[in-house]
Design a protein around this ligand. Structure first.
Ligand SMILES: NC(=O)c1ccc[n+]([C@@H]2O[C@H](COP(=O)([O-])OP(=O)(O)OC[C@H]3O[C@@H](n4cnc5c(N)ncnc54)[C@H](OP(=O)(O)O)[C@@H]3O)[C@@H](O)[C@H]2O)c1
Length: 324
């Protein structure tokens, strides 16, 4: 037996239940993992609320780090006692222990803690693919990052600075503005009270930015498109305020022949080779100290409901882990 957070219906944080669950021996190709830390991500709230539909009842959580406790047949590359982290596979990360196919696991370097591993696999690999594959940011370009003090946002800002970009960040309040500046933002806009497209035009001499990384969704989409330079790229990668509404394609022409993409992590780590390559790139900048993974909230795993409340109330900054 182990304990896990499960949901039997979708809804608010109150649907998260701490339950005793059966954990069979790992099947062929699987590893039983004892979690030392579990990552909290905004997508967990979409799964819980029903925005991203699941078959119920279901576990929750996409990211964790821990130690292999048992290995099934056919697992050659991992052994009992190995430190590993992951961000793919079935949604069972909110658990003290779980079984998971070995192909999802990445060995965790000794100088990266379990908490860091759990906090950065999903958010960090997302930042990696957004900056290097979705729209490869080049030195000297000016870019806009929404929710710059948040989980993915904090990593995007630091990594974009490393690539030589000028970074404009938006944040919801003044405390977050301070944090965004400390992370390296060249300019910070408090978009809860400032008109961000006007500020972006002013900051770029009227030209607009090469790319907008927008995780806020419904409330910012059109204004974000209005921040782009001619043939700029709108990367709509999240829905913190709800899904983006349908829009007239002619808008992209009027905005300067701009591009729009709506990427998702699974399509950028679809093969084992891609997962390993992106994780290695992330480990390199974290171990080198160029990108810091700041864990600014910790909750007991069984208190995941409170973590969800705080995340949705915009009370968190940086990364958050749940501790079994
Ligand atoms: N497509 C992908 O591959 C992918 C992968 C990972 C994450 N994501 C997306 O990236 C986003 C960030 O994820 P995260 O886990 O790092 O969360 P986070 O950024 O730490 O938290 C969300 C932030 O969004 C901002 N926000 C603006 N309006 C909000 C509202 N009405 N309710 C809640 N938050 C609001 C808040 O920052 P301010 O107060 O500063 O506005 C809040 O802190 C999410 O949309 C997530 O779905 C997408």
């Amino acid at each position: 037996m182990t304990h896990a957070i499960r949901i039997h219906r979708t809804g608010g944080p109150e649907v998260l239940q701490w339950e005793a669950v059966e954990l069979p021996p790992p099947a062929t190709g699987e590893v039983r993992l004892r979690h030392h830390a579990v990552g909290l991500n905004f997508i967990d709230t979409y799964h819980r609320s029903g925005l991203y539909p699941l078959t119920l009842p279901s576990g929750l959580g996409m990211e964790g780090a821990g130690v292999g406790e048992a290995v099934g047949d056919g697992v050659a590359e991992l052994k009992v006692g190995d430190r590993v982290a992951y961000t793919s596979g079935p949604l069972d990360a909110y658990a003290e222990a779980r079984n998971i196919e070995a192909r999802h696991l990445v060995p965790l370097p000794d100088d990266i803690s379990f908490e860091q591993g759990a906090a950065m696999m999903l958010q960090g690999i997302t930042a990696q693919y957004l900056l290097h594959a979705t729209y490869p940011v080049k030195a000297g370009e000016t870019i806009l990052v929404h929710a710059a003090a948040g989980g993915v946002g904090s990593i995007l800002v630091q990594w974009a600075k490393l690539l030589g970009a000028t970074v404009i960040g938006t944040v919801g309040n003044d405390d977050k503005a301070q944090r965004a500046r400390a992370l390296g933002c060249d300019h910070v806009i408090v978009y809860s009270r400032e008109n961000f497209p006007e500020r972006v035009r002013a900051l770029t001499g009227g030209e607009g930015v090469a790319v907008v990384y927008d995780s806020v969704g419904r409330d910012t989409f059109l204004d974000s498109v209005a921040c782009l330079r001619r043939r700029g790229t709108m990367v709509s990668y999240g829905n913190a305020t709800g899904p983006v509404a349908a829009f007239d394609c002619a808008l992209l022409h009027k905005a300067g022949s701009v591009y729009v993409t709506r990427p998702g992590l699974p399509d950028y780590i679809a093969s084992r080779a891609e997962l390993v390559e992106r994780a290695a790139a992330l480990f390199e900048v974290v171990r080198g100290g160029q990108v810091k993974i700041e864990i600014l909230q910790r909750y007991a795993l069984k208190d995941a409901a409170q973590a969800h409340r705080d995340l949705e109330a915009r009370k968190t900054t940086g990364s958050t882990v749940l501790l079994p």
